[in-house]
Design a protein around this ligand. Sequence first.
Ligand SMILES: C[S@@+](CC[C@H](N)C(=O)[O-])C[C@H]1O[C@@H](n2cnc3c(N)ncnc32)[C@H](O)[C@@H]1O
Length: 473
Amino acid sequence: MATVSQGDLIELEIEKFADKGKSLARVDGYVVFVEGAVPGDHVKAYVHRTKSSHAEAKLDTLLDPSDLRVEPRCRYAAPCGGCTWQHVDYEAQLEMKQQSVAEALEHHTGFEDVDVRPTIGSPKQFFYRNKMDFDFSADRWLTRDEIETEKDFDTDFALGLHVPGNFFKVLDLQECHLHSELSVRLVNGIRDFVKENEWQPWDIRNHEGFLRHLVLRTGEQTGDCMVNLVTHGAPEDRISAFADFLQEDFPEVTTFIHTNHTGKSQNPEGEEQVIFGPGLIYDEIGDYRFEISPGSFFQTSTLQAEQLYEVARDFADVQPSDRLYDLYCGTGTISLFMSEHVDEVVGAELVEAAVADARTNAEMNDVDNCTFVSGDLKELFTPDFVETHGRPDALIVDPPRAGMHKDVVAQIADLAPERFVYVSCNPQTQVRDLERLRDVYRVDAVQPVDMFPHTPHVENVVRLTAHGARGEG
Ligand SMILES: C[S@@+](CC[C@H](N)C(=O)[O-])C[C@H]1O[C@@H](n2cnc3c(N)ncnc32)[C@H](O)[C@@H]1O
């Protein structure tokens, strides 16, 4: 029995990466998950939780660093929740993502001999995001470095990101390497402007204050830039002063939206008003142009989305005579990307606004072979749906993190189109769904794609072929 107790400071040799960006070490066989450590590190770690199966600990002192460590680029890398892995060599991050997909498959029977390809790296390791949501807060988190300067900080104002695990406190970010150089300038310029004008940030405990969120979106391929300022209340003089400030100091901003959010939820939602510009931006994936309004879902890394869709297209082996189903189609990005290679695409999606965007996007790109349907797939995807739209030759699914409802999986098993591609942002639920399809499909290829460098998130594409299909030996 291990002698690890809550509150202990213990010395550990880190063995390997584990789930959620943590690493794994053992004490006499007893597993300890360590936050902030890297395989090969020799560390002192503080144990904050013990269970019969394992303990949870946080890196306290780095006694001997691993060769996989690199110097983080950002001063906030350790306390900020944006980049858990900036201190890890990028090649090692890619290997870890490949390993996590392989382990998800190994935990289920029937996938023992499946090869997982090396993870496709992101064309940009920094500044790869096209959207960032920042929060204003009346409760600033001070980093260890900031405290050590012994300077006097205004702890009643912050504009930045929440520290992980803390609902109230926000890091006042002066730099960030995820979005664009413009995004950093905007955050710093906006902070100076609102502080000069003594506008109050939102106090999450008392539900008081004016400034709530700042959502910045940019078009990677178009240079468009949207600023969405979310406040509690909408005093006209303030909104027009803010618009004047943006137009004077940031001519790169192509549209400004003000959102009045008087509710208690912490989501950047509410009554939107376009103050200047068209109220939307454009971006491009491959040869296709997409309209992005404040509430639209759009792949966060435009450049890597193109590589992801290319993998999906190659895996689906699309043919000019194909009827392709694109389930969980969002704003129709995969459908449009495939449209020129097939006869017809049928896209289905829960959110009506996304389906409306998908139709607009098809029209804007002069694409007339895509049909989009809205509804919850667990009710929508029935034999009637297939009767109405015709049997698919190939199927692509890209569900949310929870994976597919079992009724959707059962309907796929009944239909069994020969070629089936499963794109997922959660290999655990993906493998669960695939196990349910084992009697119908074999797994041919597995390709992880890195959409989010410096985070443990992994996107994974699986190609399946129906048993008894052409080429089956
Ligand atoms: C990971 S996104 C994929 C979007 C799109 N394929 C893309 O690449 O932009 C998953 C999509 O599934 C949709 N969705 C979630 N639950 C659903 C359900 N029960 N039925 C239909 N669509 C659903 C979400 O609204 C979201 O647009």
